[in-house]
Each structure stands twice: as C-alpha cells, then as structure tokens.
Design a binder for this molecule. Structure first.
Ligand SMILES: Nc1ncnc2c1ncn2[C@@H]1O[C@H](COP(=O)(O)OP(=O)(O)OP(=O)(O)O)[C@@H](O)[C@H]1O
Ligand SMILES: [Mg+2]
Length: 323
C-alpha cells in the first residue's frame, strides 16, 4: 500500500466542481509536486489532505490510516493527521521571536519544556538559524522568515510535509537557494513532501514526481523527465517548458526548441525550411525564431550560431511528440 493514497477525490463549491476525480499514490520519502496554473485547484487538494476542506467525494489515506472517507463516513481532525504545513503566505507571528514561532506547535502539544528546547534548537540548526533564536521576524530577511516557517512545519517531525508555494515571495537568487535547502532538508529528514507550485521550473528541479493539473483535472502524472520529454497532452507540453507546435495532416506535433538544429541542409529525421526573423541572446543560451510555412518556430542553442536575420535555413530535428 502506498504511503499516501488519494482515491476518487472530488470537491464542489456550490455547483462548481473544482476537483474532478483525483487518484494519486505517493510512496514514503517521495517529493511530489502539484503543478498547474492559478485556480486549477492545487491549494484545494492540499487543504483536503490537511483536513481543512472536506472532499465532496473520495477517500484519503495517510500512513495506512484512512483519514477521510465519504463512503465510510470517516473524518480525522487536522491535528491528528501528523502533518507539517507551510502555507502560501509564509505567516510567521510578528510578536513572537524565532524560537517561539518554531516551538509553537510543540507548546500546543504540551511537550515538556526541555524537550521543546531540544527539538526547536535541532530544527533551527537544520535550517541554519540557530544563532537567530531570539530575533523577531522584522529583524530577518524574507528568506530567513521563510526558513522559520519551514522549521515550524518540520518541528513536530511530521511524516508528511505539505508546502503551498512556499517560495513565492522570494527573489530569483534566494528562491534557488531555498529550493536547494528544502531538497537537502527533505533528504536529511526523509519526510514525504506534497508541494504546490505554479512554477514549472521549480517542479522540474525538485520533484520525484509531478502531477500536472488543469481546471481540476489531472493532465499527467510522471517523473520530471517523463513530463518534459513525453508530455501526453498539449496542455502539459505547453505548460511545462517551451514547445513549438506544428500542425498538418490533421495532427499536431510538438518540438522542443533545443531539439532543433538550424543549418544549411537537412540533417535530421524531420525538417522544415525557415527564415530567421529574430535572434535573442539569453545568457546561457541563444534563441532563434524562424518564420516557416507551419508558423513561427523557435530553436535554442547553448552556442551562438552564425545566422543572419532574413537568411533561409533548414531546421532539422530527430525527436518530436505527437498529439
Ligand atoms: N472556499 C471556496 N469557496 C468557493 N470557491 C472556492 C473556495 N476555495 C477555492 N475556490 C475555487 O476553487 C478553484 C480552485 O482554487 P485553488 O485555491 O485550489 O486554486 P490554486 O490552484 O491553488 O490557485 P493559485 O495558484 O492561484 O493559488 C478556484 O476557482 C477558486 O475560486
Ligand atoms: Mg493556491
């Protein structure tokens, strides 16, 4: 039996069905991301797992214990699900210092003072804030506050950690650093993570598996490599990474920009002729936009190519996805 099981999960708000039947099995120690655009139902799923929102239908099992079942009329309260949580806005309490913020869940559980101290200092060390225990949140940077929220989510040594866009308020550099920190903490503690994000890069980098969602439906579940290289639907192909769509003969094919090599002759299994209309320097790579009979096609290369605007090229590729 999987560590976490969601079976036939549905949620209606009024007459609007926002989750339309979700089946998902998560193994112990996995890092699973729920990925999709704003409003697709990611937070609603997390809140159902947490026990803040009751599903309209379905069953939720955590560590072999059913915590919610519409059929069997089972409902286990949030506090009894052994979960750690970090929510969309990283609410740390402004009137409490770092130590008290992090120790709060242990206090609620009425753990003895000595143990509270030991566990709180332990987790503060893990997130690199052991020397800031007496500071108040306003004395910390955004990233440090984020780490306080993370420490508070982990302090109960939960078997499952639910994270809802925990990096959304950070700048690019800090976000990358926090991504790596979250991954390190997860490896060290072995906690099973269910992670919500609308950022495909974040999902690709961090996850063992990704659940791609669109309007309450599962589009695809797979490893980052499967999702990126073998998207099953046009939605997934479009939402994750960049994709050129070419249609003809009543079907559509998708080609990733980095699969395409421009040159003077056709060198791959597939090809099309195009005229270069734009050349974009993007630091670690160069993008070339061609006008072709199938519309605009973008090719990407880690190197600068000897191409001139207005010049005709052959675009060749060996790999494509069909829809
Ligand atoms: N309590 C509620 N009552 C009515 N509708 C709700 C409620 N909570 C969420 N919804 C609706 O359910 C849908 C999914 O919302 P949800 O918050 O799960 O989206 P999300 O994927 O987390 O989006 P975002 O990326 O913007 O956070 C939205 O259309 C939202 O308006
Ligand atoms: Mg949300």
């Amino acid at each position: 039996m999987a560590y976490i099981e969601l079976k036939g999960l549905k949620k209606r708000f009024g007459d609007k069905e926002v989750i339309r039947g979700l089946d998902l099995e998560i193994e112990k120690g996995e890092f699973v991301s729920l990925l999709g655009p704003s409003g697709c139902g990611k937070t609603t799923i997390l809140r159902m797992v947490a026990g803040f929102v009751d599903p309209t239908e379905g069953e939720i099992t955590i560590e072999g214990r059913t915590v919610y079942s519409s059929d069997k009329n089972i409902y286990v309260k949030t506090g009894k699900r052994n979960l750690g949580m970090v929510f969309q806005s990283y609410a740390v309490w402004p009137h409490m210092n770092v130590f008290d913020n992090v120790a709060y869940p242990l206090k609620i559980q009425k753990l003895p003072k000595e143990e509270r101290r030991r566990r709180t200092m332990d987790i503060l060390k893990q997130v690199g804030l052991e020397d800031r225990e007496k500071d108040f949140p306003w004395m910390l940077s955004g990233g440090q506050q984020q780490r306080v929220a993370l420490a508070r989510g982990l302090v109960m040594e939960p078997s499952v950690l639910l994270l809802d866009e925990p990096l959304s308020n950070l700048d690019v550099q800090l976000r990358q650093k926090m991504k790596e920190e979250i991954m390190d903490i997860q490896k060290r503690t072995g906690v099973t993570v269910l992670y919500v994000t609308h950022d495909q890069g974040e999902a690709l980098q961090m996850s063992s598996r990704i659940v791609v969602l669109s309007e309450g439906n599962v589009e695809q579940i797979g490893t980052p490599g499967e999702i990126y290289h073998h998207p099953k639907t046009r939605f997934t192909a479009d939402f994750v990474g960049k994709m050129n769509f070419l249609s003809g003969d009543g079907r559509t094919v998708g080609v990733r920009p980095e699969y395409i090599s421009p040159g003077t002759e056709k060198t791959g299994a597939y090809g099309i002729s195009g005229v270069l209309v734009r050349s974009l320097f993007e630091g670690s790579r160069n993008s070339y936009v061609f006008s072709t009979e199938a519309g605009e096609i973008t090719a990407e290369s880690p190197f600068a190519l000897p191409l001139t605007i207005g010049e005709q090229s052959w675009l060749s590729w060996d790999r494509q996805v069909e829809f």
